[in-house]
Design a protein around this ligand. Sequence first.
Ligand code: DX5
Ligand code: ZN
Length: 216
Amino acid sequence: MNYLAPSILSADFSCLGEQIKSLDAAGAHYVHIDVMDGAFVPSISFGMPVIRTIRPCTKRPFDVHLMVKEPSRYLKEFVACGADMITIHAESCVHLDRTIEEIREFGVRACVALNPATEVGVLEYVLPKLDMVLVMAVNPGHGGQKFIRYSLEKIRKLRRMIQERGLDTDIEVDGGVTLSNLGEILDAGANVIVAGSAVFRGDITGNVKAFLEAME
Ligand code: DX5
Ligand code: ZN
């Protein structure tokens, strides 16, 4: 099954709660929440107080993408704030296996993100422990960047790895996704679609519905 996970990084923060309710009402499956620490990535976005505040706005799963150095320091707090799935970056953990295990012990879904330049082979041994892999199609740090074309090859490679091992791991794609490149991203083997600016620019409800229709 395909899932849409709009990234609230591109939302209007002056009415964030209302915008999340619009995503939910329009049928978006997850809420993608980009946490940036100003160290792993240049920008700082938002953290626990914001997530805690928006948790009552929807029952949809919170897909929390941690662009944070050594995220193991904060896992407990993000779970307490209402994260249903936690994505850590392979590049941000010295002990990736241990951090994945910690996420699983908290009983939430465990996901690993790969920056554009990171080879999918880094997941060779940990893949069976993951519910989802996030392929970054831009260098993380900002919304509204251009999709990096070689990400399609990485998605295909990863889908082959998953199939060869008889797993059913989700593949999420994040960065530069639009209605124009959505078809080839799904064809390559991704099934969880993050979209920030393409959902929040203009009519949120109309944009979510257009994505969902194209993903059927
Ligand atoms: C990038 C973030 C993305 C980003 C997506 O660092 O992880 O989730 O907000 O935004 P768009 O869809 O505008 O590229
Ligand atoms: Zn993200």
